[in-house]
Design a protein around this ligand. Sequence first.
Ligand code: ADP
Ligand code: MG
Length: 963
Amino acid sequence: MATETSNDAMQTPVMRQYFAAKQAHPDCLMFCRIGDFYELFYDDAIVAARELQLTLTARDREKKQPMCGVPYHAAEVYIQRLLRKGYRIALCEQMEDPKLTKKIVRREVTRVLTPGTVVDPGLGAEQSNWLASVWTKGAGAAACVGLALLDLSTGEFRAMEFGGAGAWPQLVDELGRVRPVEMLYAEGGFAALGTNKQAALRDPAARDAPDFPAQNPDAPASGPEAAFDGVRTRTPLEDWVFGADYAAPLLQRHFGVHSLDGMGLAGHDAAIGAAGALVHYLQKTMQGGLEHIDRIRFYERAGCLALDAVSVRNLELVEPLFSGESVQTTLFHTLDACCTPMGKRLLRSTLLRPASDLAEIEARLDAVAEAAADLPRREGVRRAMDGLLDLERLLGRVSLDSAGPREVMALGATLACLPRVQEAVGRLKALRWRELGCRPESLDAISTPISTGHPQGFSTESFTARLATQPGFDALHDLHARIVATLVDEPPVTFADGGVIRAGVDAELDELRELGRSGRQALAAIEERERQRTGIASLKVRFNSVFGYYLEVTKANSRSVPEDYERKQTLVNAERFTTPELKEYETKILTAQERSGEIERRIFAELRRELLEAAGRIRETARRVAEIDLLANFAHLAALRGWVRPQVEESGALEFVAARHPVVELRMEETGGGRFVPNSLSLEAWVGGGAQVAESTAGASSSVAGASIALITGPNMGGKSTYLRQAALLVVMAQCGCFVPAERMRLGLVDRIYTRIGASDNVARGRSTFMVEMTETAAILNTATAASLVLLDEMGRGTATYDGLSLAWATVEHLHEKIGARTLFATHYHELTLLADRLPRLKNLRVTVKENATGIVFLHTVESGAASKSYGIEVARLAGLPLAVVSRAREVLKLHERAETQQVAHALEAVDARAAAPLQMTMFTPLSQRIVDRLAALDLDGLTPREALNLLAELQRELGASA
Ligand code: ADP
Ligand code: MG
């Protein structure tokens, strides 16, 4: 590896500048401007050459100083590629014009570009570019973790806090959900993370394992190191920038407020520290352009259906389980028919935070129901939103000063659509529609009561009161008018040639333009006159930026040039001249152009400032548009796919009839893969035992003893996992306010969904599949309540059969006795079906198959009862295992099944015999069972000491052989 030695005797002045810059920014790839190139040196060069597929060269003959470079004008593309890979980049620019100095050109770092502070132009509409900042206040049980999140592309700025023992896991969850591209943390706060800045330059993706070793590989994933998994770019900042006495005043100055209380930040020092450090970092790394970040919202984590990062991943809510797989497997993709980018982003974040408040869910469902049933009005709303561009991102670009005249005009065109949206929404009657589309002046008109279909709907008074305090839908007429009145209809991309500002806006500008125009006419007249005077028909008046205006004559005609022409330049084929008259016009035209350019820019800057002053209004309107789009989208899906309104209530019910998995069903339709077989389910949370259960969930219906646990058995590929996920997805959809693919669905509010599905390995962090599985299971058993929904798929697979079975057994018992959560448990352990006889609220379900002469056919129907056998061997046969292996496996299976059934029955009898004692299952492997049997049958009195010793030795040998 190349070594960087700053005291290299051969060092040139340029390299001295380079080392100085590098020393100040050791964690950045240093792009050093030299002439028309950005050059990278040493390790930076090696990294960049590898990542960008550039040729690595060397500065010296011994090849000890690697370097590579990218052309200055093409640097943007390369920089974006490096940022996407998680690198930080510093631009070291030439601060003087090389032409104007004889000495070495001064160079300085002018900008630091990082994944979280640069808006990637390739960012998808529904994606967000989150920059996160984490700060811990206090220690031990009193520790409070603050998290701030900013999406620079839209200006969305949030903060939240996590406290108590669960703080770290909650932070891990949140980071797992939002997946920031970059994260800031206090250098001294996380000693365990190390702050080796040089190490930050290695491939960010491959960095986790060597640099951030867990102190104890067996510890559950709750330490800081786990929280930072998956965040590629981690940027340490000095501790003091997080301190409240620095961060709070900084935020106040930035937002222009006297107190942060109005933003919900009162008393949340950890969140303030995180947010303040984030703003500090932005100010440090970039120049200006932060006007659109004009507020921060403090999120209470309660108030929504909690989904941990594991469940979000397992259920493929927004991303496929395995990166690189098609996004078509996600619920987001299946539910996304939104018209606007704002709607898409809201859909995504809604799926990650479904509502848990019944009134809120009902308000959305009412709105969806109305629009679903009313095609003309629904289509009216959706069509009005057609062509609406990304308001938030456009605003972001205006603020970041990367918006040219075209973008501002595009913003204007989008604002022009807003009145139509408002009008279309105004035709719908449901409360939520009226809240979203209301005009302040039409408040009286809507104070007449309407039936909402919701028994606990808002009273008309409170609704009107709420509307009265709410500003109406702001269609931003004034801003639209300003833009249209200021810019020409089709402005050029840049200011270079002028013509951006409309005529009539500025008197001086109009005058200057007139001057320019008449000047150009005069030049045309000169050209004509000179042609006649000299008799050179090809004589031309031309312009270039170095020589200004000149008369050009071909070499062949140079003899006819009159005396008063003054030679300016001689080319191979032509000569260029000027005259005093021409010079005079040139001065006039150029001054007019220069001056009008200045005026155009000034007017544009004023327009930009005005738009930014209205940033808050624009964003509020964008928020409403997003919600309108989302609800209209749900209505559209409901109508298009025949989905039904779920009955959501305060109870422990989970019931659906003829339900389908929305993603799998659509995929099957699209690929012609047959029809999805609908299935039903009925579960009832048990609130008798759970002390954690909230009073409200213990409604009248809970006294009815329905099953709270469904144990699902059946062959591999039978549809067990699909059935489990379907239940969870339907709950998520219902609590988002979306209709569901079923004939009927009844849902008592769920507070949290837990999943333990499939094998997820985390070898890089040194934890086995089984460890991961048990960590997740522990989280479920420790925190689930009777109002939760628990999915356990193939628990215990990662360890030896009897270990796994015993753990699964005990887990089911705990869920049944202590928690009472609605639980779906898919398993390949047939022994567990015996539990149904022992646990009153557990029922067996099985996925059905048909056996015929050639093997088995999957019917995908779920019915009650335990599966008779596992069919694993049949499935293996379908997979093409050699027939000899298949038939041998059948023989072995027979032996094992016989032994096993005996043993379990045996064990259960033993347990029942000690009914009062806590359940202690002892299950032996066939081998150890044999030993136990022999011991039991032994006649001790008839045994000589020698025989006893021999027997012991023999038993030990047998055990040893099996170990
Ligand atoms: P298991 O978990 O029992 O091994 P899966 O849930 O993984 O089975 O399903 C296996 C296959 O069967 C999947 O490809 C899935 O698309 C299909 N499938 C599952 N349920 C149904 C259903 N109700 N109708 C049609 N196909 C289904
Ligand atoms: Mg499965």
